[in-house]
Design a protein around this ligand. Structure first.
Ligand SMILES: [Zn+2]
Length: 184
C-alpha cells in the first residue's frame, strides 16, 4: 500500500467493517476493491454511474462480493426523512441521499455496524442524528450537528425550517436558510 493511498482514504484493513457508499465517495475516488471491508450501495447510485472506468471498478467489486447492491426498506426511508426534517437537512438531501442513510439504518437495525462514506455535509448531519457514524474521504467531517432556520434577508423575520415559501410574507424579501445553533 502506498503512503499516498493511506493519506487519501485513512481506511484500510478493517476486516469486520461495513461501509455504505454515497455518490460523493465514488466521485472522490473511493475504490472498494482496495479496502478490506464489505461495502453496500443503493441500486440508484450504481445506476447513476455512467463513467465506464468507475463502472468496471464497481462491477468487479460486485462480482468479488466486496460490494453489495441493496434497496433500503420503506420504513427506514420514512425514519430518515423524519430525522432530516427535524434537523432541517431535508431541504439539502436528495431522495438518493435519503436512501443511502436508510440503507445504513437497515444494516444498523440488523445489529451490524455500518459507517457511511460521504463528503456531503447534510448527509453526514442526518446520519449523525440517527446515530450512524460516517467517514469522509476529502473534507474533514463535521463534529457537531446543526439546527437550521429560515429567515428573511430584508426584515430578518424568522421562519421555521419547514416554511415552504421563498418570499417573506411581511416585506416580500428573500427567505434564506442559516444555522441557528449547533448541538453536540
Ligand atoms: Zn421580510
Amino acid at each position: 500500500m502506498s503512503d499516498k493511498r493511506k493519506k487519501t482514504f485513512e481506511i484500510h484493513d478493517e476486516n469486520d467493517k461495513i461501509y455504505v457508499l454515497d455518490s460523493s465517495a465514488l466521485i472522490g475516488g473511493y475504490n472498494p476493491n482496495l479496502i478490506n471491508a464489505l461495502h453496500f450501495i443503493t441500486p440508484d447510485i450504481f445506476e447513476e454511474v455512467t463513467d465506464e472506468h468507475l463502472r468496471t471498478i464497481l462491477s468487479s467489486a460486485v462480482s468479488n462480493e466486496i460490494l453489495k447492491l441493496r434497496t433500503p426498506t420503506q420504513a427506514s426511508i420514512k425514519n430518515v426523512k423524519k430525522a432530516a426534517k427535524n434537523t432541517g437537512d431535508s431541504v439539502a438531501l436528495s431522495s438518493i441521499d435519503i436512501k443511502v442513510i436508510a440503507l445504513a439504518l437497515d444494516l444498523k437495525n440488523e445489529n451490524q455496524n455500518p459507517t457511511i462514506i460521504t463528503d456531503d455535509y447534510s448527509l453526514q448531519n442526518a446520519a449523525e442524528t440517527l446515530g450512524i457514524p460516517f467517514k469522509t474521504i476529502i473534507r474533514e467531517g463535521i463534529k457537531q450537528r446543526f439546527i437550521w432556520i429560515k429567515y428573511c434577508t430584508s426584515c430578518k423575520k424568522q421562519y421555521p425550517n419547514t416554511y415552504p415559501e421563498k418570499i417573506c410574507e411581511i416585506c416580500g424579501g428573500n427567505i434564506k436558510r442559516r444555522v441557528l445553533r449547533k448541538t453536540n
